[in-house]
Design a protein around this ligand. Structure first.
Ligand code: DAH
Length: 352
C-alpha cells in the first residue's frame, strides 16, 4: 500500500511550513501543529480504526514514516536557525576594545586602622603580644575583676549599655587584662596589648561617640616599676608624635590601678608654647595608666607580694584626631568616602 493522498499532502505541507518558520518560536509552533498530541499526524492515526485489520500494520508504519520525515526536517531547520542566530549575534555584539574601561576605585586604609596598626607595630617590636577580647562582656570582667564591685561609685564614670543584669557591651578594653591574667594562671611575664571596639551610653557629638576604640596595655612580672611604665609611654609618645615629645604624668584615679596617672604629651603643634590643639596649656592628655592594683592581680590569681605590673588604656580615635587634624570623631564612623579618600594621599606619600 502506498502513502495515502492525505499523508503525502500533509507531509509536503509540513515541509513547507518548517522551512518557512523564521525563528525558533515559529518552528516550535509548527512542531506542535504537526507532531503534538492533537497535531495532524496524530489525526492520521485516527483513521486506523476504519481500516480492515490486515491493512492496519502497514498504515501505521507509513504514518510513522511521515512523522519521522517531519521530525528530521524540524531538527535540521532548528540547527540552521540556531546557527543563523549566533552569526547575527556575533555580528551585532562586537566588542569595542577602544572604549576606555570603567575605573575601579581603590580604597585607602581607614585612619583608625592605620593608627592602631602603628601602635601595634611599636609594641610588637617591644615583645608584646596582641590579644583579643569580647565586645559583649560579662559584668564580672568589665567591672568586678577590675576592682569595681557592683555598688562602686566609679562605675558612673562609664555609662554602659546593658544586655542583661550580668552582660553588657564592654565599656573599655580593660576586661581583656583580667581575662588574660586569669588564663595565664599566675604565670609571668604577661606583656600584652588589646585593641578593640568599646561602647558607652554617650550622646554623640564632635568628641564623643557611643562606639569608639581603645588599646589596652598590660605588663606583669617581678620587679615591674613605675619607671618601666614611664619609659614605655615616653617611647610611645615619641613614636606617635615625634622624637622631641616629652611626657608628663599627673596623679589621677582609676579603681584598677594604684597609683593612677593621666599621661600628657608636650604639644606637637606649638611645641609647648600654647595653641588651639593643646587648649593653650602646652600639654595634651593622651591616656590613662597606673600600677596594677593588688586586688586586680589577686582576683586573677597572681601573688601580689611577688608580682607587680603596669597598665594603660588609650583611645586611637583621639590619637588619630590629633595626628591627622580631624575635628569630629563621627567622621570615623559615617564612612563618607570623601573623608576616607584623603587618607589615600597620606598612604601614597608613604607617611604614617
Ligand atoms: N579603662 C580606662 C578607661 O576606659 C582606661 C585605663 C586607665 C586603662 C588606666 C588602664 C589603666 O589599663 O591602667 O577609662
Amino acid at each position: 500500500m502506498v502513502q495515502t493522498e492525505e499523508m503525502s499532502q500533509l507531509q509536503q505541507q509540513a515541509l513547507i511550513d518548517i522551512n518557512e518558520a523564521a525563528n525558533e518560536k515559529e518552528l516550535q509552533d509548527v512542531k506542535v501543529k504537526y507532531l503534538g498530541k492533537k497535531g495532524s499526524v496524530s489525526g492520521l492515526m485516527k483513521h486506523m480504526k476504519d481500516l480492515p485489520n490486515e491493512e492496519k500494520p502497514q498504515y501505521g508504519q507509513q504514518v510513522n514514516e511521515v512523522r519521522q520525515a517531519i521530525e528530521t526536517e524540524i531538527e535540521s531547520r532548528q540547527e540552521l536557525l540556531a546557527k543563523e542566530q549566533l552569526e547575527q549575534q556575533l555580528a551585532t555584539e562586537k566588542i569595542d576594545v577602544t572604549l576606555p574601561s570603567r575605573k575601579m576605585a581603590i580604597g585607602a586604609k581607614h585612619p583608625l586602622t592605620r593608627t592602631i596598626e602603628e601602635i601595634e607595630d611599636l609594641f610588637l617590636g617591644l615583645g608584646y603580644e596582641i590579644v583579643d577580647g569580647y565586645e559583649v562582656e560579662q559584668d564580672y570582667y568589665n567591672f568586678e575583676a577590675l576592682n569595681l564591685p557592683k555598688s562602686h561609685p566609679a562605675r558612673d564614670m562609664q555609662d554602659s549599655f546593658y544586655i542583661t543584669e550580668e552582660i553588657l557591651m564592654r565599656t573599655h578594653t580593660s576586661p581583656v587584662q583580667a581575662r588574660t591574667m586569669e588564663k595565664r594562671n599566675g604565670k609571668a611575664p604577661v606583656k600584652i596589648i588589646c585593641p578593640g571596639k568599646v561602647y558607652r551610653r554617650d550622646s554623640d557629638d564632635a568628641t564623643h561617640s557611643h562606639q569608639f576604640t581603645q588599646i589596652e596595655g598590660l605588663v606583669v612580672d617581678e620587679n615591674i616599676k613605675m619607671s618601666d611604665l614611664k619609659g614605655t609611654l615616653e617611647l610611645l609618645a615619641k613614636s606617635l608624635f615625634g622624637d622631641e615629645r616629652e611626657i608628663r604624668l599627673r596623679p589621677s584615679y582609676f579603681p584598677f590601678t594604684e597609683p593612677s596617672v593621666e599621661v600628657d604629651i608636650s604639644c606637637f603643634k606649638c611645641k609647648g608654647k600654647g595653641c588651639n590643639v593643646c587648649k593653650h596649656t602646652g600639654w595634651i592628655e593622651i591616656l590613662g595608666s597606673g600600677m596594677v592594683h593588688p586586688n586586680v592581680l589577686e582576683k586573677a590569681g597572681y601573688d601580689s607580694t611577688k608580682y607587680t605590673g603596669f597598665a594603660f588604656g588609650m583611645g586611637p580615635d583621639r590619637i588619630a584626631m590629633l595626628k591627622y587634624g580631624i575635628e569630629d570623631i563621627r567622621h570615623f564612623y559615617t564612612n563618607d568616602v570623601r573623608f576616607l579618600n584623603q587618607f589615600k594621599a597620606v598612604e601614597d606619600r608613604g607617611e604614617q
